[in-house]
Design a protein around this ligand. Structure first.
Ligand code: S3P
Length: 433
């Protein structure tokens, strides 16, 4: 496979795109279905590298998982207490969600397991899950004082792990979900409080599988469960984090008009829509409907002139994965865009604040990197450059849109887009005039 791709300048983006399945919901649908005891058919599952890591881990834990000719994923779990000891290490690849959510499930199991990931995941912080899961009675050991994977999870010394009341130091759906999943196997309830509400797909899926969830402000509580009640079918909405590249691309490239079909618009994920609208984007939300517990819609976006804005506070977790592409939007906007309170970006697949400033910087952009954000004064003139994705899917795709909107770009290691959006570059090619 080619190690790099060149995006040359062309006209506007037009047509309609079926947005591929949501990554967060795809992970959760396989994990939950694997813990149920009746078959579940997952439609519009995201067959991207991250979600396939989850499939492979759940298979090693005993779930029967198969894809049919229509690309539906059939999962037959062995019940909440039916997972078996894996014969080998569970490899989460590049996927933090796989690793952290699975750790929550595994501390409740009466067997030994070992989890690892690729070079990026092996350098990402794990204390954030190890601390609460250990408070629950989990027996976790890992590299460098259990701050990094590989980690091993021993059979708990107690009959059952315990629930906890836990205040998280950061807003993180992965940490929250790990504790929620562990609580299913605990002797008592848990209450988790975050500084701001992060994505709530786990809470919605718990309800879909018959578990009562209580929410108040930024807190969520659940009680242990003896059984999950599978819904039979899960229809995964399109991923707004993938749609984000087209929302920004069609906004900043003149003479664009795109329809994005079947996009998840769960309010804990729509920070990008709020920010782009505030900046002056022309986006309409059409055909709103529910897909199970998740809200979806079609989004129509046309080119528009943008102005700078400030992005901080409670909206950050609602657009955490969209900051690289929003930085590209800011380069084409009039005036200053200030992003702050986004220090979590430093511990994503790569340090995304550094990657955005350095790689867009190679294209001529002047971006000030702060400890917790970025300052971008637009509009800026961009040149063709050779850039590196840092093997981070969202950096690769943000660079592609930046190049398509200016004088082009060569992206080294562009194939990492497969981690969340396998057809991204083919789709880009097909919608350019
Ligand atoms: C995710 C949560 C977010 C997000 C990640 C997916 C999830 O991470 O960045 O891409 O599926 O729960 P944090 O919860 O660590 O912020």
């Amino acid at each position: 496979m080619l190690e790099n791709i060149t995006i040359s300048p062309k006209g506007g983006l037009s047509g309609s795109i079926n947005i591929p399945g949501d990554k967060s919901i795809s992970h959760r649908s396989v994990m939950f279905a694997s813990l149920a005891s009746t078959p579940v058919i997952i439609k519009n599952f995201l067959y991207a590298e991250d979600c396939l890591s989850t499939v492979s881990c759940m298979q090693k834990l005993g779930a029967k998982i198969e894809k049919d000719e229509e690309n539906n994923l059939h999962v037959l779990g062995q019940g909440l207490y039916g997972l078996k000891e894996p014969e080998d290490i569970l490899d989460a690849g590049n996927s933090g969600t796989t690793l952290r959510l699975l750790s929550g499930i595994l501390i409740g199991q009466p067997f030994f397991s070992v989890l690892t990931g690729d070079a990026s995941l092996r350098s990402r912080p794990m204390a954030r899950i190890v601390t609460p899961l250990t408070m629950m009675g989990g027996e976790i050991k890992g590299r460098q004082d259990t701050r990094y994977v590989p980690i091993s999870i021993e059979k708990s010394k107690k009959e059952k792990i315990n629930g906890i009341e836990y205040t998280m130091p950061m807003a993180s759906a992965q940490v929250k979900s790990a504790i929620l999943l562990a609580t299913l196997f605990a002797s008592g309830p848990s209450t988790i409080t975050e500084p701001y509400v992060s994505r709530d797909h786990t809470e919605l899926m718990l309800e879909t599988f018959g578990v009562k969830v209580a929410r108040e402000g930024t807190s969520v509580s659940i009680s242990p469960s003896s059984q999950l009640h599978a819904p039979g079918e899960i229809n995964v909405p399109g991923d707004i984090s993938s749609a984000a590249f087209w929302l920004v691309g069609a906004t900043i490239i003149p003479e664009s008009h795109l329809t994005l079909i079947n996009v998840g618009i769960n309010p804990t994920r729509t920070g990008i829509l709020d920010v782009l609208k505030e900046m002056g984007a022309n986006i309409s939300i059409e055909n709103q409907r529910f897909s199970g517990a998740e809200l979806v819609a079609d989004l129509v976006v046309k080119s528009a002139k943008l102005k700078g804005t400030t992005i901080d506070g409670a909206i950050i977790p609602r657009l955490i994965d969209e900051i690289p592409i929003l930085s590209v939007a800011a380069l084409f906007a009039d005036g200053k865009t200030i992003i702050r309170g986004a220090e979590e970006l430093r511990v994503k697949e790569t340090d995304r604040l550094k990657a955005v400033a350095s790689e867009l910087g190679k294209m001529g952009a002047i971006i000030t990197e702060t400890s917790d954000g970025l300052i971008i004064d637009g509009p800026q003139k961009m040149n063709f450059a050779n850039c590196d994705s840092y093997h981070d899917h969202r950096i690769a795709m943000a660079l592609a849109i930046a190049g398509a909107a200016s004088l082009g770009v060569n992206i080294h290691k562009h194939n990492c887009a497969n981690i969340s959006y396998p057809n991204f570059f083919a789709t880009l090619d097909s919608i350019r005039k």
